[in-house]
Design a protein around this ligand. Sequence first.
Ligand code: 5GP
Length: 117
Amino acid sequence: MSEGNTIFSNIIDGTTPADIVYDGGDTLFFRDIAPKAPVHIVAITKKEISSLDHMTDEDQALLGKLMKDITIVAKQMGLSEGGYRVITNVGNDAGQEVKHLHFHMLGGEPLGPLRCR
Ligand code: 5GP
């Protein structure tokens, strides 16, 4: 379920360019346009799901696949050895800007403790 067309839909259909690093068929990985770490990858399902809070029972296998693909991309991007962080923002209090479920993959240097403000 999705609230409709987002910038990520345009990246999926190719009408908005992005630096795509991996296409998993039903998943897509591209560099964030405003990176918050030396490596900042956005991990999405091509299926439009508004946020983690909007996933349904039928999305469980797809999101499991997305998690597996995250580990593939982490290896591909050289993040696995040093470690990395995976975050998803859900709704307004988390500051979710794009209403298409996505996970941020952050790494490339020691990230320090998780901070919220
Ligand atoms: P959110 O705040 O919703 O969790 O994260 C949305 C992310 O999408 C932000 O980190 C933002 O920089 C990224 N973003 C927004 N528009 C674009 C775009 O057009 N291209 C790419 N590659 N990233 C985008």
